[in-house]
Write a protein that binds this ligand. Structure first.
Ligand code: 5AD
Length: 363
């Protein structure tokens, strides 16, 4: 849906007002409005993306992240193609129609070759009567060259997730080293879209120094870049990341505030963007045991069950308190099914689950 087709895009002040709601009755009407928008534009089923964190090797040094290159306490791993394939096959068997292949960021040619081989193998090996084109594949491997993105697309990945982290340039610069530039991130988003990927982006919520107005701007940014899918969650500290060690030793916001703001953000994003896919991310569950269910009730329609092999789960810690690291692939599947059902929603199995925003564009 283009901006022109929308009845009226709420303006910055209206979005900021939604994000600021605190009273239970006000938040309930925001939630109900988001849910109605969701039902109208994307339906009420929940789509799964099995999350395979295939490598924690990273060449970047984002100040907030636990697997940044400079954190020498991390035990680094990269799964083999066979291990990734095994994880992808379990996803297909469990009925997840799509997987997200995520890793730390590397830009060397060997890595790009590896990613392309993985994508081709997963496509080839997961075709079935239910999924004639194999699993849907979302890549989340950071900033790459245009040539690399083109190869990944040609290999068969059809979605790409690259969070802007914050659309406030100054704040972006505060949480990244000088050579990781805001402009380059925005340029990557434009390239991805131009190449034909379904585009996902998102932000962290509750960053030190971030305002409600920044978050409202983030939603307008999602609209401007034409995002088809949104993944966002609370910012959480990590003991080995400089943003928590130095700049802001404790979480800027309490867990309750983080939960409130993240849910308001999901609802406002649903109301403004209407027909995109929105994930209730794992980080939401880190701030509240029922965080992901709440995300679904506030307008999210995607869950990302962890499908990373158990023996490396504890080595992919972007923030402290990550849930599900002690569970297995099957447990995550059953658990999330129960979570979706507990809030009255059905899970769509064996479907890619592209957002109407994306399918409308490709027609
Ligand atoms: N808290 C919350 N989210 C984080 N990410 C990285 N570090 C953290 C953290 N400390 C998110 C970033 C990145 C995604 C893969 O994980 O938004 O894009």
């Amino acid at each position: 849906m283009s901006i022109a087709e929308k009845v009226k895009l709420p303006d910055l002040a209206e979005i900021a007002a939604m994000l600021s709601l605190r009273l239970p009755a006000d938040r309930e009407s925001l939630r109900a409005r988001a849910e109605a928008t969701m039902r109208e534009h994307v339906g009420d089923r929940v789509y799964y993306r099995g999350l395979i964190e295939f490598s924690n090797v990273c060449a970047r040094n984002c100040y907030y992240c636990g697997i940044r290159a400079a954190n020498h306490r991390v035990r680094r791993y990269t799964l083999t193609i066979e291990e990734i394939l095994a994880a992808a096959r379990s996803c297909a068997t469990l009925g997840y129609g799509s997987v997200t292949l995520q890793s730390g960021e590397r830009r060397d040619p060997a890595f790009v070759d590896f990613v392309c081989s993985v994508v081709e193998a997963v496509k080839r090996e997961t075709r079935s009567a239910q999924l004639p084109d194999g699993l849907g594949i979302t890549l989340c491997v950071g900033e790459q060259s245009e040539a690399a993105y083109r190869r990944m697309f040609a290999a068969g990945a059809h979605r790409y997730l690259l969070r802007i982290e914050t659309s406030n340039r100054t704040l972006f610069e505060q949480i990244h080293p000088a050579h990781q530039s805001y402009d380059s991130r925005v340029e990557c988003l434009a390239m991805l879209r131009q190449i034909g990927f379904q585009l996902g982006t998102g932000v962290m919520i509750g960053l030190p120094g971030q305002t409600v107005s920044d978050l409202a701007q983030d939603i307008l940014f999602f609209d401007r870049v034409g995002a088809d899918m949104i993944g966002m969650g609370p910012y959480l500290t990590h003991p080995d990341a400089p943003l928590s060690a130095g700049v802001c030793p404790t979480q800027a916001l309490s867990r309750d505030e983080l939960l409130r703001l993240t849910l308001n953000m999901i609802a406002a994003t649903r109301i403004v963007l209407a027909d995109v896919n929105i994930a209730a991310t794992t980080a939401l569950q880190a701030v509240h045991p029922l965080g992901r269910e709440a995300g679904l009730r506030f307008g999210a329609n995607v869950l990302m069950p962890l499908a990373t092999p158990e023996n490396v789960r504890a080595d992919y810690l972007l923030y402290s308190g990550k849930p599900c690291v002690d569970e297995g692939v099957d447990e995550c599947s059953t658990c999330l099914l129960g979570r979706a059902r507990s809030v009255g929603r059905e899970v769509a199995l064996n479907e890619w689950g592209d957002s109407p925003h994306a399918t409308r564009r490709s027609r």
